[in-house]
Design a protein around this ligand. Structure first.
Ligand SMILES: *[C@@H]1O[C@H](CO)[C@@H](O)[C@H](O)[C@H]1NC(C)=O
Ligand SMILES: *[C@@H]1O[C@H](CO)[C@@H](O)[C@H](O)[C@H]1NC(C)=O
Length: 190
C-alpha cells in the first residue's frame, strides 16, 4: 500500500500539535495550601504588612523588583496592580515578569467573624504574550487567641510536564513568606 507523502506530513504535524497541547498548553489548575501561626500579633497588622508590596521584598526572596501600575480604593477594599520580576529559586538564571492584581479587603464594621483577606491573581506570560500561566491566591488572616492564624490557598496553572517543578518553586516561595512573617513579627514584641 502506498500512503501519499502529504498525508504522512499532515499526520506528523497533527501528532506534534497534539503532544504540544497535552504536555504544554493544557495547563490545568493545581492546588496548594499553607498555614501558619504568627505569634503575638494582630491580624490587621499582619494583613497590612503582607498587602504592602514594598514589604513583599522582605518576605519573598524571589522578587527582584516591581512597579505599581494602578492603585485605588479605601480601607475596606483596596485594589492595586503590580508588575514584578522574579527569579526562580531552583533556576536562578531564569527571570519571569508577572502581573499581579490585588484585592485587599477586611470585613465591614459589625460583621463577624472578622477576616482580613488578600486575594490576588498573577499572570506570567512567555513568548511575547503568546503563552500565559495564571495563579490565584487567597490569603486570610484571623485572630486566634493572641496570635494570628494565616492561611493561604493557591490555585496555579502549570504545564503537565513541569508540575513537580512548579510545585517545588511555589512551596519554596510560600514557605519563605510564611517563615519570614513569623520572624519579622516575632521580633517586634509590643
Ligand atoms: C526569607 O526566608 C528565606 C527562606 O526561609 C530566606 O532565604 C530569606 O533570606 C528570607 N529573607 C528575605 C528578605 O527574603
Ligand atoms: C477571594 O477569593 C475567594 C476564592 O477565590 C472568593 O471566594 C472570595 O469571594 C474572594 N474575596 C474577595 C473579597 O474578592
Amino acid at each position: 500500500m502506498h500512503i501519499p507523502r502529504l498525508w504522512i506530513r499532515a499526520a506528523v504535524l497533527l501528532g506534534i500539535a497534539l503532544l504540544l497541547y497535552v504536555f504544554v498548553f493544557s495547563s490545568g489548575y493545581q492546588k496548594y495550601q499553607i498555614e501558619g501561626i504568627i505569634k503575638r500579633s494582630e491580624p490587621e497588622k499582619v494583613w497590612e504588612y503582607v498587602a504592602d508590596f514594598n514589604k513583599m521584598r522582605l518576605l519573598n526572596p524571589t522578587i527582584i523588583n516591581f512597579k505599581i501600575l494602578a492603585d485605588h480604593g479605601h480601607a475596606h477594599d483596596w485594589r492595586y496592580t503590580v508588575e514584578y520580576t522574579e527569579r526562580l529559586s531552583h533556576w536562578p538564571y531564569w527571570k519571569n515578569t508577572a502581573t499581579g492584581r490585588y484585592v485587599v479587603t477586611k470585613t465591614l464594621p459589625g460583621v463577624s467573624p472578622v477576616a482580613y483577606v488578600i486575594n490576588s491573581t498573577h499572570q506570567t506570560c512567555f513568548f511575547g504574550g503568546f503563552y500565559c500561566l495564571q495563579s490565584l491566591s487567597e490569603f486570610t488572616f484571623r485572630k486566634s487567641n493572641d496570635d494570628t492564624h494565616a492561611q493561604e490557598n493557591i490555585k496555579f496553572q502549570c504545564p503537565p510536564l513541569l508540575v513537580s517543578m512548579c510545585r517545588r518553586e511555589l512551596e519554596f516561595q510560600r514557605q519563605a513568606v510564611m517563615h519570614n512573617l513569623t520572624i519579622i513579627f516575632g521580633k517586634q514584641r509590643v
